[in-house]
Each structure stands twice: as C-alpha cells, then as structure tokens.
Design a protein around this ligand. Structure first.
Ligand code: PSU
Ligand code: MN
Length: 323
C-alpha cells in the first residue's frame, strides 16, 4: 500500500485536501487510464455473513478482471480512505465484519481525524471513487427511501451522493425492503438518470422486476457509456444509476418475497431497530426467512453487476481514451 493521490491544483473545492491511498495495481491502472471498477466495503462487512461475503467479493473481483478492468475495493483503514486492497487485507475486512463501522459520506472526515476504520456505503464509496478518479462502481442495491419514511425521515445518504458525485453506480435497483416508488421519485427530483440495463422495469434487488416502469433502457455497455459521457457534459450533472436485474436463475419470486419482507419489517420494529442498523438487520433477517435463498440471489446479482460495470468501464475508456 502506497501511492497517495495529491489533489491537482484547480481541482476539487477550495481547501480540499482529501487523500485516497491507492494500491499499486489501482494506481498503475489509473495512471495508464485503464478501466477501473470500484467495489464497496459495507456489503462485505454488513451486507453478507462470513464466509459468503468474502466468496462474493472474490467472485466480483474475478468478474471485473474477466471483463478487462481492475477491481478497486474501497474502504477506510485507520483513517485513510483507500481504493484497492490486497487479498489478505480484503479477507481481514471480511472476517472483521460488523466490528468495522458502517460509514457514509459524512463520516469520512471524522474517521480521518480519529484514525478509525470504516466500511463504506454506496455514498461514501462514490465519494472516495470520484476523488480517486474512478468513474464506475458496482454494488448490490443502493439505499433509498425507507418504507414509513414520512414518519421516520429515513432516506439513505446514497441518494444525496448520487445527486452530486459523478460516478456511475451499477446496482440491481434498490432493495425491495425500501419504498421503491418513493425512491424512484427521489432519484428524479435529485436529477439522477436511471438507466435500465436490458430492462424497462426498475429491478428490486432479489426480484427481477418491481412492476415500476423505467423511461430509459440501454441494451449494452456502449450505449450506457454514450449516455454517461453525454450526461457528464452538463456542468451540474452528478451520478447515474445503471439498473441491472438479478440473473434469472437466482431471482426470487415477487409475491412470495412481499410477505417475507413484511414479516422482517415487523421484526425490526419489534426489536426497536432504527437508523443505520435497519438495512443490515433486514438483510440478515431475510436470509434466515428464505433459508439462504436471498444470499444466493444477493451473490449472483453482485457478481453480475461487477461484470456489467467492468464492461461499461471498458466502453467508457474506448469512447474517451483521454479522460
Ligand atoms: N446492498 C447490498 N448490501 C448492503 C448494502 C447495499 O446488497 O449491505 C448497503 C450499501 O452499502 C448501502 C447501504 O449504501 O446498505 C444503505 O444503508 P442505509 O439504508 O443505512 O443508507
Ligand atoms: Mn438510513
């Protein structure tokens, strides 16, 4: 681990001195303007149990490499934002699991000030990826507007970050535990394009379709790359959500999942789970309720998203070699 990116004069906001430490491999890839795909660490530490988390992560990295890009796991270690971990470092994170605290964008400065570690959510991973010059990021599902948000105000910081940070996030939509119609409305308000990848329906994580229509469908990575470059031609543009449904053979049926989700939400309410603990609680509860089938779907969709993200990163590189 070495290679610290220095902010270039005239880039970033005034007084910006954030640093991202890059692994040798990621540093070399970025220096050569080769395609890189960011991967998040919250899913590793809080989204899936050990060893499924590590296996899924390894399979995602392999998928990225197979498609010709370099994977960059993003997280914070002892206060330092990092892009690119060695195998043993990633394994240590996966084993540490929930003892590594879940960190969103607002935590990045404090973790640095206190030399603490953090597993980065979609939001924090986007912020670090953008600072490092990584434009494409693969995850499972984004956070969004929670059910009951009118009462709890629980809306993921992922949405805010998508509105302002120029990274394409490839995800299987948003988790079905959320209020998906409100999540889509919020994305529209925030100016975030949602590109259906081979679909005209918003995916619901373990479920292929939510029944909610998408206006924009792209059928291959080249089409997505073209849309990204055109979008980023506008000064106020931020992130883009590329919505890739879970592979058919691992998908869970929508009608069956709805009652499982209702039961899990009721369990969360009964247990008094709130705030940032809600998502990890529901994910593990659902794994138990589906006898592990939600984990199979989760793994399959993460790997599929990693492959699609890599193809998009390669297409972006081909379309704009001097970016
Ligand atoms: N998708 C998964 N597993 C996860 C998450 C997403 O397959 O664990 C995480 C992501 O890191 C996302 C976070 O950013 O859940 C959202 O949490 P919250 O709702 O507290 O913002
Ligand atoms: Mn929340």
């Amino acid at each position: 681990m070495n290679g610290v990116t220095e902010p270039k004069p005239g880039t970033g906001s005034p007084g910006c001195h954030a640093r991202v430490a890059l692994s040798d491999e990621v540093k070399a890839a970025l220096a050569a303007a080769r395609p890189v795909v960011a991967l998040e660490s919250t899913i590793l530490c809080h989204g899936l149990p050990f060893p499924a988390n590590l296996e899924t992560h390894r399979a995602a990295e392999e998928a990225v490499r197979r498609e010709g890009a370099v994977p960059a796991l993003v997280g914070v270690v002892d206060g330092v934002a990092r892009a690119g971990f060695t195998e043993p470092e990633a394994e240590a994170l996966a084993r540490a699991g929930r003892s590594v605290r879940k960190a969103t964008t607002r935590d990045l400065g404090l973790l640095a000030a206190r030399h603490q570690s953090g597993a980065t959510t979609v939001a924090a991973t986007m912020a670090i990826a953008a600072a490092a010059g990584i434009r494409v990021f693969a995850t499972g599902g984004i956070g969004g507007v929670h059910r009951g948000a009118a009462e709890t105000f629980d809306v993921s910081a992922d949405l805010l970050e998508l509105s302002r940070t120029r990274v394409a996030v490839v995800a299987s939509g948003a988790k079905a535990i959320l209020d998906l119609p409100k999540t889509l409305e919020a994305l529209e308000t925030l100016g975030v394009p949602v590109l259906g990848f081979g679909t005209s329906e918003f995916p619901a994580f373990w479920i292929r379709g939510s029944g909610l229509g998408l206006e924009v469908r792209c059928d291959d990575a080249q089409e997505v790359a073209g849309a990204l470059l055109a979008h980023w031609g506008w000064p106020s543009a931020g992130g883009v959500l590329v919505a890739n449904p879970v592979p058919e053979e691992s998908a869970l049926p929508r009608d069956e999942m709805e009652s499982v989700i209702e039961r899990s939400l009721a369990a969360a309410r009964e247990a008094g789970v709130t705030g940032k603990d809600v998502t990890p609680f529901l994910l593990s509860r659902l794994a138990a309720e589906t006898q592990g089938r939600s984990l199979v779907a989760n793994r399959a969709l993460v790997v599929s998203n990693a492959a699609v993200a890599a193809r998009i990163a390669v297409a972006l590189f081909a379309a704009a070699p001097r970016r």
